[in-house]
Unconditional design. Structure first.
Length: 407
């Protein structure tokens, strides 16, 4: 699309203020723009995008107020948000401010927040196909939040949605259905990802504790009951499991000295037990779903070891040989997190086990040799040494002398 096309549309709008009530005309604009070169900052700066943003706001208000869209308005509502999402994928120094002003329109943000407050108390949106448009819009805003905006306009209301009883109800409903709805995806994936990818400061840390207090218990109950059925979980369930698990353990990263209340501590212990039981069952498997499930459990197990209280609980589980097996798993992230867990949970009794000492030494040296000369692995190498630096133990037998550093 060229500048002449832009001017032609704007001229028609200026000459006839009612032309935007013609859905076919708006659809024509949207179809042109979705195929335009949006990486060109001169195009993005055009007034036509502001016109569409304002039109989208009108549609959002109408939808929020309960209007049912015909096929044409439904297409426009989804495609404009898809256009926003496409624009957010080409952020640069030249267009960042332009796009930020376009998306972070105060009236649009206010309407989104009203929608979120509604979402936290009613289930009426979850079967609505128009939720795909909201999903596009939130992923657009999320990309901006990651790189350009210090003030978060939506965080507190997204927290309310996740802490609401509806969240767990939708979670249980979703995992029992073969196909997901856009409303389910929005709440369980997009909202949780928004929080997880957010730059958390002290002001937001209490929100993570609020999430933990509201959904940890029902989530651990579910996973405890269903852990023996993990073979029936599909990729969609694994993604939801990953999102919620990361969200629940996130608060531990910010304060490992925080004293967990008895009920919270017991729920985390139950979550640890469920993860360990699954690991024992699937450790010999090697398929994509297995790797995805282990890739979810291992980093979360590591995060839970960061709690002083939970670290002691881990040491009562005697899982060093189990975790050691994961250091040979053909996945860098799984290997690294396995080593990090071992650095924390290894106890003196383990170091006296000759077989364990030999295996740990071999795995540790093998992993270091694989990454030490790889310039792309510098950060990984540094992180591994960092997690193994505070307490020193010597693992000695007749054939091996290994200087092993445990946290």
């Amino acid at each position: 699309m060229n500048e002449h096309d832009h001017l032609s549309f704007v001229k028609q709008i200026d000459e006839n203020e009612n032309i935007l009530s013609d859905g076919k005309f708006v659809k024509e604009i949207v179809e042109y723009l979705i195929h335009s070169n949006i990486s060109d900052s001169t195009i993005i700066n055009h007034r036509l995008f502001v016109i569409l943003r304002d039109y989208y706001l009108i549609l959002l208000k109408q939808w929020h107020n309960g209007e049912t869209f015909d096929e044409n308005r439904s297409f426009i509502f989804e495609t404009i948000s898809n256009l926003f999402l496409k624009m957010s994928s080409v952020l640069s120094d030249k267009n960042l401010l332009i796009l930020k002003e376009l998306i972070f329109n105060p009236e649009l943000i206010d309407e989104i927040n009203r929608f979120l407050l509604d979402l936290s108390i009613t289930k009426k949106y979850f079967d609505d196909p128009q939720m795909k448009s909201l999903d596009n819009l939130f992923r657009t805003i999320q990309r901006f939040q990651r790189i350009s905006t210090k003030t978060d306009h939506l965080f507190s209301n997204i927290i309310k949605c996740i802490c609401s009883p509806i969240f767990i109800e939708i979670f249980l409903q979703s995992i029992n259905e073969e196909n997901e709805h856009f409303g389910q995806r929005f709440l369980l994936n997009t909202c949780t990802d928004y929080i997880y990818s957010h730059s958390i400061d002290k002001q937001h840390q209490q929100s993570l504790i609020d999430i933990r207090e509201n959904i940890l218990h029902p989530f651990t109950q579910w996973i405890n009951q269903q852990s023996s059925n993990y073979r029936s979980w599909n990729n969609r369930i694994l993604i939801i499991l990953r999102q919620i698990s990361f969200l629940l353990t996130l608060s531990i990263q910010f304060n490992r000295d925080l004293i967990l209340e008895t009920n919270i501590y017991e729920d985390f212990c139950q979550l640890i037990d469920s993860f360990i039981n699954i690991l024992y069952s699937i450790i010999q498997s090697d398929n994509k779903l297995t790797q995805s499930l282990i890739g979810t459990m291992i980093p979360n197990l590591y995060t839970m070891t960061l709690s002083n209280q939970l670290e002691k609980y881990f040491q009562t589980k005697h899982i060093t040989l189990l975790i050691l097996k994961l250091t040979d798993f053909d996945n860098d992230e799984i290997q690294l997190n396995a080593f990090k867990i071992l650095s924390i949970i290894t106890i003196e009794q383990d170091t006296k086990n000759i077989l364990y000492s030999k295996n740990l030494m071999k795995s540790f040296i093998k992993y270091l040799q694989e990454i030490i000369d790889d310039t792309n692995q510098t950060l990984r190498f540094h992180n591994l040494l960092q997690c193994l630096k505070s307490k020193r133990e010597f693992l000695i037998d007749s054939n091996f002398l290994f200087f092993f550093v445990v946290n």
